[in-house]
Ligand binder design. Structure first.
Ligand code: SAH
Length: 236
């Protein structure tokens, strides 16, 4: 028997079927991302499921300048302008996994850059607060992120002081190399929280450090591996 609702159901299904290839076309990079996650992350021991899933989802090529897009899924960092870089995918995955992000977490990132790391975190946690010191980069990243995520907030400032009004944070991810761990960031880390930060002289190899604040407030720090990050700049 003919039923008018059937017609709508049929049309909806027809549209979905016809538009599916268009969807795939809009982001023809899914295969690259799947491969990046398998060969660069899982093959090197990253197993945190939410991190892998987030990096399969975020279109990394949309976070790099046009001329670099074809290299977006390569195993290396890329220039994003103003002398800054977007980290190699493995480093993004490694840092994300190490702070053990969960869906009820509030995370602070210092060094928004392209916004890619913030987007990866935004896929996983409840709220992301990210700070960038270079106005132009912060503005671009804010536009990019705000069109995709309502849980990622960008501030243009010197991240040395953290983001007091939203503290304490379950995790803090610093993506520029500091000569020492900024004390305000330690203060803004929740008890039981983790911070990952490259520490060392600018333009030399630094140590990626994992800082944990125990439930009793005691701090432990552990050097993980040598890395090279752009320097942590200081505001006026
Ligand atoms: N997480 C970024 C990587 C950016 S590179 C990404 O996913 O693309 C590091 C960034 O830290 C640069 O954009 C640099 O301008 C920024 N930065 C350096 N010192 C800073 C500071 N004191 N406060 C905030 N951002 C800073």
């Amino acid at each position: 028997m003919y039923h008018p609702m059937k017609k709508y159901l049929f049309l909806t299904i027809l549209c979905a079927v016809l538009l599916a290839p268009l969807n795939a076309f809009a982001d023809g990079m899914q295969r690259e991302r799947t491969r990046m996650v398998r060969d660069q992350l899982q093959a090197r021991g990253i197993s945190h499921r939410a991190t892998l899933e987030a990096m399969r989802t975020v279109p990394r090529h949309l976070y790099v300048p046009g001329a670099q897009r074809r290299f977006a899924y390569d195993d290396r960092p890329l220039a994003i302008g103003y002398g800054q870089t977007i980290s190699q995918p493995f480093i993004v995955g490694y840092m994300t996994e190490l702070v053990n992000p969960r869906d009820n977490h509030k995370v602070l990132e210092i060094g928004t850059g392209s916004g890619y790391q913030a987007a990866v975190l935004g896929e996983i946690v409840d709220q992301v607060y990210t700070i960038e010191i270079i106005r132009e980069l912060g503005t671009q990243a804010r536009q990019r992120l705000e069109s995709q995520y309502d849980n990622v907030h960008v501030k243009i400032a010197d991240g040395y002081y953290g983001w007091e009004e939203h503290a304490p944070f379950d995790a803090i991810v610093v993506t520029a190399a500091a000569e020492h761990i900024p004390p305000p960031l330690i203060d803004q880390l929740k008890e039981g929280g983790k911070m990952i930060i490259p520490v060392g002289s600018p333009f030399q190899t630094q140590q990626l450090m994992l800082v944990e604040k125990k439930e009793d407030g005691e701090l432990t720090t552990r050097g993980l591996m040598p890395v090279r990050f752009v320097p942590f700049e200081r505001g006026e």
